[in-house]
Design a protein around this ligand. Sequence first.
Ligand SMILES: C[S@@+](CC[C@H](N)C(=O)[O-])C[C@H]1O[C@@H](n2cnc3c(N)ncnc32)[C@H](O)[C@@H]1O
Length: 201
Amino acid sequence: MTAPVFHQRDPLDPAFWDERFARQFTPWDMGGVPQALRQFVAAAPAPLSTLIPGCGAAYELAFLAEAGWDATAIDFSPVAVAAGKVAAGPWAQRVLEADFFAYTPAQPVQLMYERAFLCAMPRAMWPRVAARWTELLAPGALLAGYFFFDESPKGPPFGISRAVLEGLLEENFDCVDDQPVGDSIAVFAGRERWMVWRRRA
Ligand SMILES: C[S@@+](CC[C@H](N)C(=O)[O-])C[C@H]1O[C@@H](n2cnc3c(N)ncnc32)[C@H](O)[C@@H]1O
């Protein structure tokens, strides 16, 4: 299947994502909650106050809320937010239109959930993403989710290398889990890992 022709070419502009959600061209969309997140939640000793940046359709929000977790999902694309509210059902008020770089959570974030957000950003933005993760997570808080490893210059998705990811995070985070992913969708298959990073004091 060939990709449709799009007018918006800048992934830093919400209109880029609006156009793709509106045309239902969302090859990153898993259509559900990935397994490693389910396992992470099942194993967690207590619910964590969670932020989902760049949530898209935000399937994870209802899953976390139903597990008793205080989760908020944000996205700067109004069309993505509308899709997220539909998927969130009774939790729709927890899906907010907001730019990750400007958003200030109402309460401390204990878990930042990552899926297809870092790789949605051109690589030049990554130091800003890592800086905001660091600002929003207090010592002991967690950054957990899926990291896409790839060297292709074209994107999104923009893949990262292990060395670059470590360069972004190792100053302020310790990697406490790093696993292959068994239920990847086609665009990420064989090239993503579930990782958990803990903010250092
Ligand atoms: C590739 S999609 C991934 C969506 C979702 N996380 C998923 O796994 O299906 C990237 C999402 O990040 C959002 N996004 C990109 N930059 C953003 C920003 N600065 N603030 C909030 N959302 C942003 C886009 O609107 C888009 O919905």
